[in-house]
Write a protein of this length. Structure first.
Length: 99
């Protein structure tokens, strides 16, 4: 039903004719004053040149991903564990002069 109403409305709008609007004649002096009122600023580029950084690396295949994962796990296994949250301090040294 909705489609039929829309089609009838479009058919009705198709038969309407727009009124003819006369074109305005603008003199050359008016064009010059309009164009001179705007400062001439160079048009910026759409994107700044960023070298070859736009190329995106392709995802590794199955076997290379698996080899990289094994390498990373082997590296993590052999790494020295980091002691987090432990602060070791030397014994305080007596720097005060003796009396």
């Amino acid at each position: 039903m909705y489609k039929k109403i829309v089609l009838l409305l479009l058919a009705f709008l198709l038969f309407l004719s727009p009124e003819a609007a006369p074109a305005e004649n603008i003199s050359d002096a008016a064009i010059e004053t309009i164009s001179s009122s705007y400062p001439k600023v160079p048009r910026p580029n759409y994107k700044r040149y960023r070298g070859n950084s736009r190329s995106k690396h392709k995802r590794l295949g199955f076997f290379r991903r698996r080899a990289a994962r094994r390498r990373a796990m082997r590296k993590r296994k052999n790494a020295v564990p980091v002691r987090k949250g432990v602060i070791s301090v030397d014994e305080p040294k007596g720097t005060m002069p003796q009396r």
